[in-house]
Design a protein around this ligand. Structure first.
Ligand SMILES: [Zn+2]
Length: 461
């Protein structure tokens, strides 16, 4: 279900207030329903609920004010809980026998988290995907290809099931090479591809090597997720140019489910599915939430500084293993402008700006790797790159390796094109991000390629 529709030009502050109040009333009711199921049965949340105190009767909750009294939850808490209560932790509302789906995180930042879903929770996630497909403009005649490993990561499992539940033709691409996946797309006339931004570019690279012209192919839409790049203009442009297709950004996490997507009418941002979750933006240092409703009602003219911080999620429908005020570790910014699509759902400007723990400090500047990638993708000669970060005491130093379409510098040539390209990259980064990194060209094909999330930050001890 999509919340009330209203032409952007006619949105007044009183209409915005009414819209936000309607969203909050619906959220309060969904939250009370969730807590009614969770508090008596789920050890993890019951203990956190007790810590808030008995004065907060959950059936009289006011959203968002009372929710802010509830403690935030971190991934570290979930990891510690899993270690204390192996193998699935204590965030289980039912006996393990009631659960039918298993997934786990990749464990790139520590121990993998295992997550279980009941059939009802899984159906809720498929409903979220139905909303995402509606936002993305997926049509009844679309054929969706999922070039995804279908391993233990949540990834696009729910997207596949959600599209199948809608009656769309779904093509699974697990256990296949990139070449076989491209043939799967071509021979079955797939119109929609769901993958990470990194893999969309990798498939385009393989297609070019094979002499396949994706631009004249059947794909009209790529739904990308798993990395911040899907809402970054230059990254989107590279993917759209290579495929001759539109990119739609999407956001979800193993712990929270699929909960945001770009609308087809307005590129470069994510609508949060506020019928299914409550999203807060907090100051990462103090943990205090910003007043999003006041900012939306006041409009962009009133905002002295952008509301930017960490995204915190409470999901309503994953009753078997919910999260309540979960710190996602993703940096986002509120878009206070009414979206031209007319939806009153919260919008995150430029999508996910960065993972908070990816932030680098280079010569006193806080630098997000996404900002560096946004610049690198403006250079059509760059095929792949890697950021090498070395710690020098409290400082970090950055060396960027790039693979280019024109090879590596020729030291014998004073007017070498590759050297000139590397200089231009260094100057552009210096002008925009206020530090000049060392950029070197490496042999084509020498950097790692990725089929899921790109791992392009190499931390040198
Ligand atoms: Zn929109």
């Amino acid at each position: 279900m999509v919340l009330s529709v209203m032409a952007a030009s006619s949105v007044t502050s009183s209409a915005l207030r009414q819209n936000r109040n309607a969203v909050r009333r619906q959220q309060a009711s969904r939250f009370a329903e969730l807590m009614g199921a969770v508090v008596p049965a789920n050890r993890f949340w019951a203990e956190k609920w007790q810590a808030v105190g008995s004065e907060l009767a959950h059936d009289k909750f006011r959203i968002p004010d009372d929710l802010a009294k509830f403690p935030l939850t971190t991934k570290q808490e979930l990891v510690a809980d899993h270690a204390a209560h192996p193998p699935y932790g204590s965030n289980l509302t039912f006996d393990v026998g009631a659960y039918s789906r298993f997934c786990q995180t990749s464990g790139t930042t520590g121990q993998p988290l295992r997550w279980l879903d009941t059939p009802e929770s899984w159906q809720w996630m498929l409903g979220c995907w139905e909303q995402i497909f509606e936002l993305a403009g997926v049509r009844p005649d679309d054929r969706l290809c999922f070039p995804f490993s279908f391993g233990p990561f949540l990834g696009f499992w729910a997207a596949f099931d959600g599209a199948a539940r809608l009656g769309r033709l779904c093509l699974p691409g697990g256990g296949m090479s990139s070449e076989s996946r491209l043939k799967l797309i071509e021979e079955n006339h797939a119109t929609v591809v769901c993958c990470t931004p990194t893999y969309a570019l990798r498939l385009a690279e393989v297609a070019a090597d094979l002499g396949m012209d994706l631009r004249s192919g059947s794909v009209r839409l790529l739904i990308v997720a798993g990395e911040p790049g899907g809402s970054v203009t230059s990254i989107r442009a590279r993917i759209e140019e290579a495929w001759g297709a539109r990119v739609i950004d999407h956001w979800g996490m193993t712990e929270v489910g699929p909960l945001a997507a770009e609308c087809v009418e307005n590129p470069g941002g994510l609508h949060v599915l506020e019928t299914e979750c409550l999203a807060e933006i907090i100051d990462p240092a103090s943990g205090q939430p910003f007043d999003l409703d006041a900012a939306i009602i006041a409009g962009p003219q009133a905002a002295a500084t952008p509301i930017r911080g960490e995204l915190v999620i409470t999901n309503f429908g994953r009753v078997g293993s919910p999260v309540i005020r979960y710190r996602t570790g993703d940096l986002v910014e509120l878009d206070p402008v009414s979206c031209p699509c007319g939806r009153s759902l919260l919008r995150l400007k430029c999508g996910i700006l960065s993972r908070m723990d990816d932030m680098l400090t280079i010569r006193g500047n806080n630098v997000f790797p996404t900002a560096i990638e946004a610049i690198l993708r403006e250079f059509s000669e760059i095929i792949e790159y890697r950021l090498n970060v070395a710690a020098r005491g409290a400082m970090q130093e950055l060396k960027i390796e790039v693979e280019t379409t024109i090879g590596v510098p020729d030291p014998a040539n004073e007017f070498d094109r590759v050297r000139e390209l590397l200089d231009r990259i260094e100057v552009t980064i210096h002008n925009r991000l206020h530090f000049r990194p060392e950029v070197i060209a490496v042999e084509p094909g020498s950097l790692p390629r990725h089929e899921l999330k790109g791992r392009r930050i190499h931390r040198v001890p």
